[in-house]
Design a protein around this ligand. Structure first.
Ligand code: FAD
Ligand code: SF4
Ligand code: SF4
Length: 462
């Protein structure tokens, strides 16, 4: 008999007033009993609409049925036929607009907690299965992957399972891309990402860090070195700025820099020597996941007051509902329909305030969202000593400017054939944020897998 409870089985979480002072994971995960209780809410629908909402088409009802049976390893096997990073996606996928948005249980109540169940299965496997992955026999072909974010890692893993000799070249000193340096520890523990990466190494993937490709080596030089195909998964790590007065002052950060210093360089730990000003009052500009992460990290760094300054209303905020909810619970102060116009500084060039203007929503713009318009004479100042800009990122131009024959569009995104992920240069494929601009983990993974299949086809027929 299915469990007809209309709400999801609650997931244990740290208390908001405790967690806003530490970097430990907010949600603690289901126990076996909780997972089976939630799995029993699934109706095992014949036409499984939830699967169509998942960008990599995980066979959701099948893996959930295995949880009900208690065969968690079989559930893991089903998930990993389609996704190579289930512990990550179960935590950070925007499920509410993907798989869970299509779940029939969501019509009268809450959808099945698909993401929570995926996380449970992946964590169960990690904690209980210590057997190393079997390294497939080599087929003798070498492929280079540039970038070790979810797109690069998925491409590398898919090819390694088929017997390719894959080398991943990563610019940073640690592999994992945004999973390591962007998404904070309290949403995605770094040990989980590292375990997923260890699994790829067991498959034979060679990961070389501190390799800024385009500087250390060009794509053409990779071919000269014997690689037969290249995948570019370099993401979109170039932060956008507002172009307002005062953005060069001391205390203005891009969210990328702020989060990288905290996540990758452990600025929150006293024993790590990473220069970062610990601000008291912080304004974060933007309304996406990155803005929520920066605001919640600033609180954990010890800030007394953290504002989100966003020019539209909450309805238009691109951040996940869960992130907005968690940020509010933790005490972030949302200043909506407000837009910054100038960063104010003192005689030493340090931030002392952010001048903003009130906004109102006008007619819809090209994105379909109502265009915010400034209210004349409504200027006011927020007293802050740090301003974090989180208004989006663009792909870094290094690879495209050092690779003849590689075309990019006006936004700097690499142009690909959407079926094959092949770029305008032979044997060079690309995917993830480098192609789409800032998007999601699961979309980057889907692109990495699609590119790996195309590379396999190409090399088999070469
Ligand atoms: P990335 O993850 O950006 O990885 C690219 C890698 O390439 C990096 O490691 C980079 O160092 C490396 N690289 C770049 N240039 C070179 C070079 N020249 N040579 C060698 N290596 C290079 N998505 C979600 O689904 N859910 C979320 O909750 C979520 N939260 C986010 C929070 C933050 C703070 C940020 C920044 C993003 C978030 N995203 C989220 C988006 C998601 O993380 C990205 O869409 C995804 O990581 C893109 O994967 P990717 O492989 O294309 O690139
Ligand atoms: Fe849902 Fe993401 Fe899992 Fe797909 S990968 S089933 S979208 S949580
Ligand atoms: Fe289960 Fe919901 Fe998918 Fe139906 S739509 S199979 S209830 S998860």
């Amino acid at each position: 008999m299915p469990n007809m409870c209309q709400t999801k089985t609650p997931i244990p979480e740290q208390d908001p007033n405790v967690r806003n002072k530490n970097f430990d994971e907010v949600a603690q995960g289901y126990t076996v009993e909780m997972a089976q209780n939630e799995a029993a809410r699934c109706l095992n629908c014949k036409n499984h609409p939830c699967v169509t909402g998942c960008p990599v088409n995980i066979q959701i009802p099948d893996f959930i049925a295995q949880i009900v049976k208690g065969d968690f390893e079989e559930a893991y096997r089903i998930i990993t036929k389609s996704s190579s990073l289930p512990a990550v996606c179960g935590r950070v996928c925007p499920q509410e607009s993907q798989c869970e948005s299509k779940c029939v249980r969501g019509i009268k109540g809450e959808s099945v907690g698909i993401g929570r169940l995926e996380r449970f299965v992946a964590d169960y496997h990690m904690n209980n299965n210590t057997a190393p992955a079997e390294k497939p026999e080599s087929n003798g072909h070498r492929v280079a992957v540039i970038g070790s974010g979810p797109s690069g890692l998925t491409c590398a893993g898919t090819l390694a399972k088929k017997g390719y000799e894959v080398t991943v070249f990563e610019a940073f000193h640690t592999a994992g891309g945004v999973l390591m340096y962007g998404i904070p520890e309290f949403r995605l523990p770094k040990s989980i990402v590292q375990k997923e990466i260890a699994g790829l190494k067991e498959l034979g993937v060679d990961i070389r860090t501190n390799m800024v490709m385009g500087k250390v080596m060009s794509i053409d030089e990779l071919f000269e070195d014997g690689y037969e195909a290249v995948f570019i998964g370099t993401g979109a790590g170039l932060p956008n700025f507002m172009g307002m007065e005062g953005e060069g002052l001391l205390g203005v950060y891009s969210a990328n820099e702020f989060l990288t210093r905290i996540n990758l360089m452990k600025a929150y730990k006293d024993e790590y020597d990473t220069p970062i000003i610990r601000p008291k009052n912080v304004a974060v500009v933007g309304g996406g996941n990155v803005a929520m992460d920066a605001a919640r990290s600033a609180l954990r760094l010890g800030a007394e007051h953290v504002y989100i300054v966003y020019r539209r209303s909450e309805e238009e905020m691109p951040a996940r509902n869960e992130e907005i909810h968690h940020a509010k619970e933790e005490g972030v102060d949302f200043r909506l329909l407000r837009n910054p116009v100038k960063v104010l500084g003192d005689e030493n060039g340090r931030v002392v305030g952010l001048e903003c203007v009130e906004m109102e929503l006008g007619e819809p713009d090209a994105s379909g969202r109502r265009r915010p318009v400034a209210k004349e004479g409504s200027n006011f100042v927020l007293d802050v000593d740090a301003v974090i800009i989180a208004i989006g990122n663009a792909p870094n131009p290094l690879i495209r400017s050092t690779t003849p024959g590689l075309e990019a569009n006006k936004k700097g995104c690499i142009v690909v054939n959407e079926e094959t992920m092949q770029t305008t240069k032979e044997a060079v494929y690309a995917g993830g944020d480098a192609v789409t601009g800032a998007a999601t983990v699961i979309k980057a993974m889907g692109a990495g897998r699609q590119a790996a299949e195309s590379i396999d086809e190409y090399l088999k027929n070469k």
